[in-house]
Design a protein. Structure first.
Length: 181
């Protein structure tokens, strides 16, 4: 499958009216995530940053670090549906703490397909299975300067400490849900 690559982290749909989301596309995005240093990759379905509804496939591999963040400067709710694999969702208090009830195990095989959360919720995702692919939907337009506020209490992507922070969080998540590593 040939996809229009817009960066090392993303491809863009070229459809004019209707796009189909096939298993072939999902498999390709999972492969792109496996090939990525970041262990994730997206496929943009909307036409551009100015679109008022942003839709994308987001592929995750275990070990990818999604820095805790929220969408608050321009308040935006968000929805994530798992197409394949499983994902951990973690909601944080403003000080970075969390309780077991802040963990949501998104696994279609277990009956939980996704999450929808309001603007301003601190959150992150943990890839719990190889080749996890989700459909992500949120309002646009997209502006990198205002899209996310990263948590001051967690390491940012690429900083020292990300692997240890992710390992601790994933360990607690897996222990709570009794998931094997």
């Amino acid at each position: 499958m040939k996809l229009h690559r817009i960066s090392s982290a993303a491809t863009l749909s070229q459809h004019e009216q209707v796009a189909t989301i096939t298993q072939e596309l999902v498999n390709q995005k999972a492969q792109d995530a496996r090939d990525s240093d970041r262990k994730r990759n997206i496929h943009v379905l909307h036409t551009g940053d100015e679109d008022t509804l942003q839709r994308m496939l987001n592929a995750f591999q275990p070990g990818t670090y999604v820095a805790p963040h929220r969408h608050v400067a321009v308040p935006k709710a968000e929805m994530v549906l798992v197409i394949q694999g499983s994902l951990g969702f973690v909601r944080f208090a403003d000080d970075g703490t969390y309780e077991p009830e802040d963990f949501i195990y998104i696994n279609p095989k277990e009956g939980l397909l996704g999450v929808d959360y309001r603007a301003g919720v601190w959150h992150t995702f943990i890839a719990l299975e190889p080749d996890t692919v989700v459909l992500e939907v949120k309002p646009g337009p997209y502006d990198a300067a205002t899209d996310k506020e990263f948590a001051p209490w967690a390491p940012q992507e690429g900083e020292a400490g990300t692997a240890a922070y992710l390992a601790k969080l994933e360990g607690e998540f897996r222990k709570y849900f009794k998931l094997l590593t």
